[in-house]
Design a protein around this ligand. Structure first.
Ligand code: G6Q
Length: 541
């Protein structure tokens, strides 16, 4: 579906934007005492307050018209029905099937995939339980105390994010490490204090061909065999998560110890598939089931709630509003939770790999902006570094602020102080500080221009009851469907990632040029040729 900028809803929004773009949140709140009630919605276990956005009732009506015109609901239903909505790869997009209840039926090419999903979950649960209760023994008869997930991108960010988020729910007697980078330092640092006899490697790779993961897996194997002195040790210390049984076998892992998934699960949508094996070992099969239930709660909300009260749809529409009409280039995501330190990085891949596209589904260059840059850090840390630019800089940066009502630690004061900061930031960003207010406070006149904070900086505030496996699943699914809705409006394929391929191919060409004994005949551009030559001459023996 092209012609986005020519569509009636888009044109109406552009005209409306010209009228309301300078209206201040101070005015909007002053004019309507019911603003919070009108611009907040309840979801499963959370509240979205979007009242501190630069929108009126008319803005929301027009944005919802746009969603309907772009057939967001029909596209959503097509996804849930297993249609091949990833058109460039001709694949269904069915991460929602990964968390469907056992008795659900979701068809791909006429076959119900839910029983297969649960068969893998059951196999994962059996294995995770054995590792956790010590009945899965290493080669020398010792129980497993260390789990090292080796994987990158979608086979890494979710497991690491989830482990950090859910540490209070995890087995504290076990250590979890995540190796992604092909820089050997990543593997060396992750394993330097581990006893190989107690270490399990989970090689997570959908394709089982990814350079970084296969290189790290080979080093892990050499490390383990070197420490334990026997090739036979591999069988008790390596398991695989993959769709590629042949490559797993070739690597030397018994496919009895392989946990599979399917081509209809995109890498960045796979943390709730077998890619979550390390998560399941950490929090246990029951905890993992809760995580999946949270995903499913949000799937149900997204699938059945009218767009007017549909959290992912509303968040997506607000992103489109700022991205396409105000020219905002980025979205900040600030979780007020140290446990969610890696959540922004996780969302960065989810959103930027999905919606960083310059052509529409017809392959035509778009004449509008698509996915924004996503970034963020946990609060309150960010307040003491980059928030200055959000408050008083020249760029408009809409932010999602995420907080939890119940703390995971019982230290006195900490949680109230944390949440006070969260609420204060949303307030300060929206309302700022005027010259009159400063004068009334006795601020010296010469400082006034520097101290004035204009405000009118928009935020979404997600207030979640508590950080649990269930609410984490719900939050991730919220952003998955948010990304989906944005992509549907922009008319792009949110489920391919061709841009990632080019660099991979070029690296494969350069590897032999770096490793060959004799100086290679280089045929790159002058810059690349010179860099390779300098590196070869200076890297040492
Ligand atoms: C995600 C991407 C990408 C992928 C990694 C790892 O959507 O496709 O991040 O997850 O490149 O791929 P493998 O799991 O195949 O090793």
């Amino acid at each position: 579906m092209s012609g986005l900028t020519e569509s009636p809803a888009w044109r109406a929004l552009a005209a409306h934007h010209a009228q309301v773009k300078d209206v201040h949140l101070r005015t909007l709140f002053a004019e309507d005492a019911q603003r919070f009630t009108k611009f907040s919605v309840e979801g499963p276990g959370l509240l979205l307050d979007y009242s501190k956005n630069r929108v009126t009732a008319e803005t929301m009506r027009l944005l919802l018209d746009l969603a309907r015109e772009r057939q967001v609901e029909q596209r959503r239903d097509a996804m849930f029905a297993g249609e091949k909505i990833n058109i460039t790869e001709q694949r269904a997009v069915l991460h929602v099937a990964l968390r469907a209840p056992r008795d659900a039926s979701i068809l791909v090419d006429g076959r119900n995939v839910v029983p297969e999903v649960h068969a893998v979950l059951d196999a994962m649960a059996r294995f995770a339980a054995q590792v956790r209760d010590g009945s899965w023994l290493g080669h020398t008869g010792q129980r497993i105390r260390n789990v090292v997930n080796i994987g990158i991108g979608g086979s890494y960010l979710g497991p690491e994010m989830a482990w950090r988020a859910l540490r209070p729910f995890s087995d504290r007697g076990m250590r979890f490490r995540f190796v992604a980078n092909i820089d050997g330092a990543d593997f060396v640092e992750a394993t330097q204090d581990l006893d190989a006899a107690e270490t399990l490697f989970v090689i997570s790779s959908k394709t089982f061909t990814t350079l970084e993961t296969m290189t790290n897996a080979a080093s892990a194997r050499a490390w383990l065999v070197g420490k334990l002195g026997s090739e036979a040790a591999v069988a008790r210390h390596f398991v695989a998560v993959s769709t590629n049984a042949a490559k797993v076998r070739e690597f030397g892992i018994d496919t009895a110890n392989m946990f599979g998934f399917w081509d209809w699960v995109g890498g960045r949508y796979s943390m709730d598939s077998a890619i979550g094996l390390s998560t399941m070992i950490a929090i246990g099969p029951e905890g993992f089931a809760e995580l999946l239930a949270g995903f499913h709660d949000m799937d149900t909300h997204f699938r059945t709630t009218p767009l007017e009260r549909n959290l992912p749809a509303l968040m997506a529409l607000l992103t489109v509003w700022y991205n396409n009409f105000f020219g905002a280039q980025t979205v900040g995501v600030m979780p007020y939770s140290a446990h969610l330190a890696r959540f922004p990085a996780y969302l960065q891949q989810l959103q930027m790999e999905s919606n960083g596209k310059h052509v529409d589904m017809q392959g035509k260059h778009v004449d509008y902006e698509t996915g924004p840059v996503i970034w963020g850090e946990p609060g309150t840390d960010g307040q003491h570094s980059f928030y200055q630019l959000i408050h008083q800089g020249t760029k408009l940066i809409p932010c999602d602020l995420i907080g939890f009502c119940r703390p995971l630690s019982d230290l006195p004061h900490h949680h109230d102080y944390l949440m006070a900061n969260l609420f204060a930031q949303a307030e300060a960003l929206a309302f700022g500080k005027t010259a009159e207010e400063l004068a009334a406070e006795g601020s010296p006149a010469f400082q006034t221009p520097f101290r004035v904070a204009e405000g009118n900086r928009p935020t979404n505030l997600l207030l979640v009851d508590a950080l649990t496996p269930r609410s984490l699943g719900m939050l991730v699914a919220l952003y998955e469907h948010n990304v989906f809705t944005q992509g549907a409006i922009w008319g792009i394929d949110s489920f391919d990632q061709w841009g990632v391929e080019l660099g991979k191919v070029l690296a494969q060409r350069i590897i032999p040029e770096l490793e060959s004994a004799a100086a290679p005949a280089l045929a790159h551009d002058s810059s690349t040729n010179a860099l390779i030559t300098r590196y070869r001459s200076r890297r040492g023996a």
